[in-house]
Design a protein around this ligand. Sequence first.
Ligand SMILES: NC(=O)c1ccc[n+]([C@@H]2O[C@H](COP(=O)([O-])OP(=O)(O)OC[C@H]3O[C@@H](n4cnc5c(N)ncnc54)[C@H](OP(=O)(O)O)[C@@H]3O)[C@@H](O)[C@H]2O)c1
Length: 357
Amino acid sequence: MHYRKLGNTGLIVSELALGTMQFGGKMNMGNLGQQDTTRMVKAALDRGINFIDTADVYSLGESETLVGNALKGLRQEIVLATKVRLPMSGNFNHSGATRVNILREVEDSLKRLQTDYIDLYQVHGWDSNTPLEETLRTLDDLVRQGKVRYIGLSNLMSWQAATALMLQERLGLEKYVTAQMYYSLVGRSLEYEFQSFAAYHHLGILVWSPLAGGFLTGKYSRANPSPAGTRFGEAGAFVPFDREMGYRVVEVLKQVAARHGTNPAAVALAWVLGRPAVSSVIIAARKVEQLEQNIGAADLRLSDDDVRLLDAASDPGIPYPKWMVLQLDTAEDPRSKILYPERYADGGPWKDLRGGR
Ligand SMILES: NC(=O)c1ccc[n+]([C@@H]2O[C@H](COP(=O)([O-])OP(=O)(O)OC[C@H]3O[C@@H](n4cnc5c(N)ncnc54)[C@H](OP(=O)(O)O)[C@@H]3O)[C@@H](O)[C@H]2O)c1
């Protein structure tokens, strides 16, 4: 296992984190009970994973409870992350990034996780019904009280995250250190804007669904798009993507995996691990054998040619205004050629911009 800093903090986490959406019986994401959860957590720790990500909403508290039980006597070994914001019951005040909901939910999460502090407390998404300042002040209070060590955001657009950071700065509040975002070889829209935003502000990206819910393992095909006993068979696709492009990407994953004597999942995870601003990639599995395969990504070094093939098969294009920014600020700026000549080797990454992509 290799380790990285969590964003710009001093905390060190494994570059692969254990995801926990498959623990608990209310989401059809694997429905694992206590015995399987405990086995999975132990297998992860044995392979050097020290970072676990859960959420209050995963099986409505069940995932946190199962993880809390599995971590008995191990809490200090682990960097523990959870989340708040999504509805926990039919009561409309048991939802949202409000002061009331966050303060109640943090106590419930602490009880379920059997701990008196959460290392990373994340807001699961934007809440257009609550003033941002209310959310940010509440999170700051939790850090001051010692219930939470660091705070993170999840699933925001760049302008929303930028506004939050600006407000935290202006009000002297604790700042977000991580951004938990979807990113995979069939879902690269993070590259349009968010990734460079995160790098600029030293936010550590925590990648969720790096295998697009298991699709990038290569176990789905045109002939059998949702086999029984799989996530797609039981719950359907979790993230939207172009299926035909997906099949082409899987072919390349198999080709690259064969070069390295490994499996497509490890290649897909190694590709995400090599992307900018990533602090950790959250992996998940229904079976320990899947987890072992995925952990293989930590020791896999993709060649430049591997990456070129994967990039080409999954190329999302460059939307406006990004292509104009690249063109004006880099490709056509004479200072850029003097300062970064290496970028212009082989025509530079912008050579296709004017080619009518
Ligand atoms: N912040 C957010 O909004 C958000 C959203 C989603 C997830 N998350 C976090 O991110 C974590 C990871 O997301 P995810 O579970 O969707 O990740 P994923 O890696 O895209 O999919 C994991 C699923 O793929 C299948 N799989 C994994 N490895 C495999 C292998 N080697 N061979 C065959 N099948 C394999 C398993 O499902 P089956 O065996 O059932 O097919 C497994 O549960 C979650 O657990 C959660 O902690 C966060």
